[in-house]
Each structure stands twice: as structure tokens, then as C-alpha cells.
Ligand binder design. Structure first.
Ligand code: ZN
Length: 432
């Protein structure tokens, strides 16, 4: 498959819909021929794919869930094993990991996707990116960024995650213009620089593509983490949201008003719990249909990620919809003594408390099956005064008191970086 030089995101909505409908029909024909899972799904539900013509007709097809993908992983594969080049996997933070297999064509599509993403985030051949994330452990994103940045013609430093001293030594020596990192790690970089008399604002780094954690509230204003970074470091932040299953990213442009949808690569629906579309600004589950994927295409796949969408055209000229930062993952919703809470809101609260240097939130079921929250905290000091302030603040903001345990620095390290994780663990779900 060849890709247009300019993303469809710039085209008027009606034109885009026509192209997507064409691609949808190609996908349906492809799935009905090659996908054991979707052949079953069409047969079981008496779906005549020739009757699915428009994007609205998609609603006649049942959605696909993460459980489907976990239970019948191999049945999603549409090609012979010898055509598979890369075996990526999901992180398995929510249940068993899923293998997503990519063909050469899929890898080309993935590169095009990140080419668009990094171009959207003001990337150019003049940039040099320091990648502060893993490129192995079957992590699709690392490989995707690498190939997308190559396509732009910008430079790449593959430094890997962690180790602030090495990150800074490399920044000072090779002078990258941009970093790709987890926002809470950017805070650690700032802290390290402050402790070692590095003048961060005279460094070469001018922008950061932020992965894995929110830097904005759903109204696009910076959240506490985003504010803490930009108050200390004069760099521009770009948020990006993606998942292994969709093999596509939603990345912000310089306006910082949500992640842009790439209509040539995905059909997106934002659905309520009854699978009806929500209106702009309402919470719904991101549901995707992949376009142009050969190995493991997905049809109406419910990602489990809850967010809002906005459909007015962006000042950057792109007309495709934009997604807010992720409100939460559906499965991670905490029903907490009469209130409901998603981890990102809890993280934002914890990030904003100056008595807390680092944290891991744990949720488990108590004897009567209700959710309980245990916060593992690295406090600034182990005094009664500090403890009192933390408890009072949590009580005031959450209106309920979570359990708290205080850890030493190395205990926190161990909890956040168990064997073989790709990102620091901030949330542990032990519910049954
Ligand atoms: Zn834009």
C-alpha cells in the first residue's frame, strides 16, 4: 500500500468519509476471506457484508472486545506465519498480554503513522530526538517512533528509559532538540538537573513528545504534571495517545488541543456503554476500525480507553476529530465508597501534593467485594507532620481516606520497576 504525501486529516470531512467507506468495504471483504474470528462473527450474527456501505452502517456489526482478542488471539491473524515480520505485544497491564503480529506492509503503515504524528508535533528534518523509552521487549511504540522519525529525516538518539545522569550527559554532548519521554520521568530529569547545577533552560531541548501519561485535563489545560514540567523547563509539550492494538497514534499539533485522528489509518467511534455514539465533549469509549492493516486488522474494537472528542476543525488546518487526554481505562474505574474515580484523576491529585515525591496506587477488593485503595507513598519526610498533611489533603480532595503506606526510596524503585516492565508501574489492580 502506498500512502499519500499529505495526511487525509487536512481534507474536508465529506471527502474523508467517502474514502473511508471505500476502505471499509475493502476491509470487510478482506476479513471475510482471511480472518477466522471475523468469519465466525459475520456468520453467527448473519451479517451480509455487502449491506455495510456507509460509516453509519458499521453499527450493524457487533463490537470486538479486548477479551475476544485475549481468548482468540490467533484467530485474528489474517496472513500466513511466514509473512509476519514483527511480533509485538500489549503490556498486559490489564490481564494477559496479546500478541499483535505485523507484516512488512504493516511496518510501513506504522512508520507512516508516526511520520504523520511527529510531523503533526512540529517535527522536521532539522530535529534530533532523544528517545527515553525502550526499543525492545516487543514494545511497538519504540519501534514505531524510530521508523517514523527516520521517515521525517530527523536524527535519533536511542538512549532507552531511566538513568537521568546518562540522559543529561547525552543531552549536553549531542544536543538533541527534542525528547520523547514519560512525563513523570521528565520531572525526574528536572530534579536531577536542579541537584547537579545543570541550567536546563539553556539546554538544546525545546520540545517533548509525552507518552503514557496525561499532561492535560480534558479541557486541554495543562494538568499538574504538565504545569510542573513547563514551570521549571521552558519546553513545549505534545501529548500522544496510542495502543498496540490500533497500531496508530493520536498526536497533538502545536495548538495542544487534543490528539489528531488520522483518517487514512483508522475509523474512530466514541461510544457509550450501550454502543451508541456520544456527542462531542461527552465521555465515551474509543472504538476503532483499522484501515490498511494486513496482519491483524480490527473491526469496531473497543479499546477500553475513555475520553472525550471534539470535531471542530483545528487552527492547524486539520479537520479530523481530536481526542482529549484519557479520562481513564474502563476496567480501572474505582468505585470508592460511593464515588467513582479513574486512576489519572488520582495521579493528578498525588502529583500536586508537595509532601509526596513519588507514588504507586493499589486497588483491591475487601471482604464484601468493594474497592479499597492503598497508596504506596515516597514522602518528602517521615514525620508525623508530613503524614498529617498528606492525610488531611487526601481526605479533603477525595472525601474518603485511602489506606497509606510509606516506602523508602529503594522500596519504591522495586515496586515501580518489577522484572521486565517497559514503563514504571503507577497503578496496581488486585481486584478479583
Ligand atoms: Zn491541530
Amino acid at each position: 500500500m502506498t500512502y499519500p504525501p499529505k495526511s487525509l486529516a487536512f481534507q474536508p470531512k465529506r471527502e474523508v468519509a467517502k474514502i473511508q467507506e471505500q476502505k471499509l468495504q475493502e476491509l470487510l471483504a478482506y476479513l471475510s476471506q482471511n480472518s477466522p474470528f471475523y468469519k465466525d462473527l459475520f456468520a453467527t450474527n448473519n451479517i451480509d457484508i455487502n449491506r455495510i456501505k456507509t460509516l453509519d452502517d458499521l453499527r450493524l456489526i457487533p463490537t470486538t472486545t479486548k477479551e475476544d482478542l485475549q481468548k482468540r488471539n490467533d484467530d485474528f491473524l489474517c496472513v500466513d506465519r511466514c509473512e509476519i515480520i514483527e511480533y509485538s505485544s500489549t503490556s498486559g497491564t490489564l490481564g494477559s498480554p496479546v500478541t499483535i503480529s505485523l507484516t512488512e506492509g504493516d511496518l510501513e503503515r506504522l512508520a507512516y503513522n508516526e511520520y504523520n504524528s511527529f510531523t503533526c508535533a512540529d517535527g522536521s528534518p532539522a530535529d534530533l530526538y532523544q528517545l527515553m523509552l525502550t526499543l525492545d521487549r516487543q514494545f511497538m511504540a519504540g519501534m514505531a517512533y524510530y521508523s517514523g522519525i527516520r521517515k521525517i529525516g530527523a536524527g535519533i538518539i536511542r538512549l532507552g528509559p531511566g538513568v537521568p545522569s546518562l540522559q543529561w550527559e547525552t543531552i549536553l554532548r549531542l544536543k538533541p532538540t527534542a525528547i520523547v519521554a514519560v512525563p513523570s520521568f521528565i520531572l525526574k530529569l528536572i530534579q536531577f538537573a536542579q541537584e547537579h547545577n545543570i541550567d536546563i533552560n539553556s539546554s538544546s531541548v525545546k520540545k517533548a513528545v509525552c507518552i503514557g501519561e496525561n499532561i492535560r485535563n480534558t479541557d486541554f489545560s495543562l494538568n499538574i504534571l504538565g504545569k510542573k514540567i513547563t514551570e521549571a523547563w521552558n519546553i513545549k509539550l505534545y501529548s500522544t495517545y496510542a495502543s498496540t492494538e490500533m497500531q496508530t497514534a493520536f498526536t497533538e499539533c502545536g495548538e495542544g488541543h487534543g490528539g489528531h485522528h488520522q483518517p487514512d489509518l483508522l475509523i474512530v467511534e466514541v461510544l457509550d456503554e450501550h454502543n451508541n455514539p456520544v456527542t462531542p465533549g461527552e465521555s465515551g469509549e474509543v472504538t476503532i476500525t483499522t484501515l490498511g492493516v494486513e496482519g491483524m486488522p480490527l473491526l469496531r474494537y473497543k479499546t477500553g480507553d475513555i475520553c472525550h472528542y471534539y470535531d471542530e476543525p483545528c487552527a492547524c488546518g486539520r479537520a479530523s476529530i481530536r481526542l482529549s487526554s484519557i479520562v481513564g481505562r474502563k476496567k480501572q474505574m474505582i468505585k470508592f465508597k460511593g464515588t467513582t474515580l479513574y486512576p489519572p484523576a488520582l495521579f493528578d491529585l498525588l502529583n500536586g501534593m508537595e509532601e509526596i515525591k513519588d507514588f504507586v496506587a493499589e486497588v483491591y477488593s475487601n471482604e464484601i467485594g468493594m474497592d479499597e485503595v492503598l497508596l504506596h507513598l515516597l514522602p518528602v519526610s517521615y514525620t508525623d507532620d508530613c503524614d498529617r498533611k498528606i492525610r488531611a489533603n487526601l481526605q479533603a480532595r477525595l472525601r474518603v481516606s485511602p489506606h497509606i503506606t510509606y516506602l523508602k526510596h529503594d522500596e519504591m524503585q522495586k515496586l515501580q520497576f518489577p522484572e521486565a516492565v517497559r514503563k514504571p508501574v503507577k497503578f496496581i489492580d488486585k481486584r478479583k
